[in-house]
Design a protein around this ligand. Structure first.
Ligand SMILES: Nc1ncnc2c1ncn2[C@@H]1O[C@H](COP(=O)(O)OP(=O)(O)OP(=O)(O)O)[C@@H](O)[C@H]1O
Length: 257
């Protein structure tokens, strides 16, 4: 059976999560992205690699709705990005911010702010919100940091806080912009192992920009699946393709068990 036939048979495992179709973007008159085509499918881990200035962050900003393509189209979960409303399905960890040590927010407040999403900024915090926040802190093993100021933490600890913030809505897609930069090797390895585990054992699709070729190659292989302009897309599915002939439920039970 060829790949297309498998896809038709098993739409539940290979649904299109992000489709980029001839996407172009220029800042003023400076073209940064031209005719980028790529599809991220459910349970893929995509490493987006490109030289400095290749347009990686610009592309991520378009995917999360912070910028609009000047031509071409982006679809998210099968819906054109301009009409997409289910932003809770997407968690975004931006490039690491350098906080002033006196930045006036605690770890708990930063993680909880992930719940508010767009247009819900001033709603009341419910008991369920508090529980979800505690779960996210627990998952990332940062409960003991909950009352500390975010600016007082190390780079690696801050990254965990932003990952917890992105995970609080149980997203189906996690987008990470250079999550490993500026933190020491041991912390990088721990962080990468954590997201790799999440990819293999939970139904989460990943799109990650990284400069760390060693780590990317070790998990995603030596050869990009696709190239578009200066961008290289490395891809690994969460399990062997042959397993995708199982029904969704069996598939999930087996992979989660
Ligand atoms: N707001 C902006 N106004 C003008 N030019 C910009 C703006 N943001 C980015 N650029 C330029 O667009 C190009 C692509 O930037 P982008 O940040 O998307 O690249 P990148 O691949 O993420 O780079 P890096 O690996 O250095 O983070 C760069 O030349 C950058 O200087």
């Amino acid at each position: 059976m060829n790949d297309n036939a498998k896809l038709k048979q098993q739409p539940g495992c290979h649904r299109e999560i992000i489709s980029l179709n001839q996407v172009c973007y220029a800042y003023e008159s400076k073209p940064v992205l031209s005719n980028v085509n790529f599809t991220v499918r459910e349970r893929d881990f995509v490493g987006l690699i490109g030289s400095n200035g290749a347009g990686k962050t610009t592309l991520l900003k378009m995917i999360v709705g912070l910028l609009r393509p000047q031509s071409g189209g982006i679809s998210l979960f099968g819906t054109p990005a301009s009409q997409f409303k289910d932003w809770n399905l997407i968690g975004y960890v931006p490039q690491r911010n350098h906080f002033n040590p006196l930045f006036p927010a605690t770890v708990r407040e930063v993680v909880q702010s992930g719940l508010y999403g767009r247009r819900k900024l001033f709603r009341r915090v419910t008991k369920e919100d508090v529980n979800r926040c505690e779960d996210a802190l627990h998952t990332l093993r940062i409960q003991d940091l909950a009352d500390k100021r975010i600016g007082a933490l190390s780079g690696g600890q801050q990254q965990r806080v932003f990952l917890a913030r992105a995970l609080i809505n149980n997203p189906k897609l996690l987008i990470l912009d250079e999550p490993l930069s500026g933190i020491d090797i041991e912390t990088q390895t721990n962080f990468f192992n954590l997201i790799r585990h999440m990819h293999q054992h939970h139904n989460i699709t990943f799109l990650m920009v990284s400069h760390d070729m060693e780590m990317v190659r070790s998990y995603l292989g030596e050869t990009p699946k696709e190239k578009s302009g200066k961008l290289n897309f490395y891809v690994r599915h969460s399990h062997d393709l042959e397993d995708c002939v199982e029904t969704d439920l069996l598939h999930s039970l087996r992979k989660e068990g």
